[in-house]
Design a protein around this ligand. Structure first.
Ligand code: SAH
Length: 405
């Protein structure tokens, strides 16, 4: 990429991370009419065309100039593994050789990605492509924001080797562009969950730019309500996300414990982002009416799985519009920790429901393709290790139960 393209402001980013206004700036600099900006943005984001020769409404000299500056994808597809349940897991190579992954999950296989059923119509109305058909098969895309992770949650495979680096917005949005090519006929990516490798709020600026790209009406045009950011609970990031997107982006909080002491044992970030402050930040999040925050709670045998924990969780969350997603821990190689017995999971769930907290138990899907986020990329990095023992959480899930009454 030449200096001419990358010079100033947000145009420091790779061109695939430019919004139409950034393209407009570039076109002005190149002496091109402003409408070219929109055309290029549409080719890239709406149509997923990165080969400038296919951008047939651009002049030849402009195409040559774009080619010279490089619009090629920063991602190379390494493998695609398809589960018998339709889940597709993509292992993707970055330009520096590191690997990430993203997963396509057909709706039938998962709980709502933070989107309430009764809000679908609102979200549909906001979507750029008003031709969207009800008959389309909705698919959720789970994307990564970092290679590795710095948060160090003791039960999570992604963080075991620490953080290699954060992804740029161009690498995040390119996951969408690439994954979209693997949709079956009639399928459409309706929801995006930032639940792959990494902590999305750690590199907030890139995550925010990728959300702007994914939701831009001239491009992919996804409604912000259809995007859910899952976070370990970085308080300033939650605040910025709420401000920058007026609370429209769905939040999933990896709480995993009802009290600070228990949480610190398994989520080291709790030391610097204390539970009470996190909860206060959630109360301040400008959540639209009818929406709820997802509370992720990985159940670990003997650590956070007692009925007393469930009761305390209800107290901690009192007054917050939430739904709790219980995730029996998937085993990882680096830890002896493991899921409680099914009876304990059931007792925990029952207690929450009894206390009228909406709750579901997440079930791993796509097992036959290791569709647990983190697993495939790690498996390839440590080539000789058993992928099966690298299991991290699958964001492939299903509502097993609903709140009574
Ligand atoms: N950094 C983000 C995204 C992480 S992955 C976050 O912390 O939310 C999404 C979810 O999977 C998180 O709730 C994470 O804590 C959970 N998870 C990770 N490893 C797991 C495992 N082995 N078993 C169960 N859940 C796990």
């Amino acid at each position: 990429m030449s200096q001419a393209v990358r010079r100033s402001g947000s145009r420091d980013r790779h061109p695939l991370a430019w919004l139409p206004e950034e393209w407009r700036e570039c076109m002005t600099q190149w002496g091109e009419p402003g409408f070219r900006a929109q055309q290029i943005f549409q080719w890239v984001h709406r149509h997923g065309v990165l080969d400038v020769e296919q951008m047939t409404n651009l002049s030849r000299p402009l195409r040559a100039r774009l080619r010279e500056h490089g619009l090629e994808s920063p991602l190379q597809e390494e493998s695609l593994r398809r589960s018998s349940d339709g889940t597709r897991k993509l292992l993707v190579r970055l330009q520096d050789g590191l690997a990430i992954e993203c997963v396509l999950i057909p709706r039938a296989n998962l709980e709502e990605g933070g989107v309430e059923e009764d809000e679908d119509e609102d979200a549909d109305a906001e979507e750029a492509d008003s031709g969207a058909q009800r008959s389309e098969q909705p698919v959720t895309l789970c994307i990564s924001t970092q290679v590795g992770c710095a948060m160090g949650c003791v039960f999570c495979a992604s963080g075991q080797a620490g953080l290699k680096r954060g992804l740029g917005a161009h690498e995040v949005v390119s996951q969408f562009i690439l994954a979209r090519r693997h949709l079956d006929a009639g399928e459409r990516i309706k929801n995006i969950v930032f639940m792959g490798m990494g902590e999305p709020l750690h590199h907030y600026a890139e995550t925010a730019q990728s959300i702007r790209l994914l939701t831009h009406p001239l491009g992919i045009g996804l409604s912000p309500r259809r995007i859910t950011v899952s976070t370990v609970g970085l308080i300033s990031g939650i605040h910025k996300l709420g401000e920058d997107f007026a609370g429209k982006i769905g939040l999933a909080i990896s709480l995993h414990a009802p009290d600070g002491a228990t949480r610190s044992r398994i989520v080291p970030m709790n030391e610097s982002q204390p539970l009470a402050e996190l909860i206060a930040a959630l109360r301040r999040y400008p959540l639209p009416k009818r929406r709820r925050i997802t509370i992720e709670y990985t159940l670990i045998d003997g650590v956070n799985d007692q009925v007393a924990h469930a009761r305390q969780l209800v107290e901690t969350l009192r007054g917050l519009p939430v739904k709790v997603n219980l995730i029996p821990m998937n085993p990882i190689q680096a830890s002896q920790l493991h899921a409680p017995k099914p009876e304990a999971v059931e007792a925990f769930r029952r207690e929450l429901l009894l206390l009228r907290v909406s709750c579901s138990v997440r079930q791993t899907r796509g097992d036959d393709v290791d569709a647990a986020c983190g697993q495939l990329a790690l498996g390839s990095a440590r080539r000789l290790q058993h992928a099966a023992s690298e299991v991290e959480e699958a964001n492939v899930s299903e509502d097993l139960d609903r709140q009574p009454g």
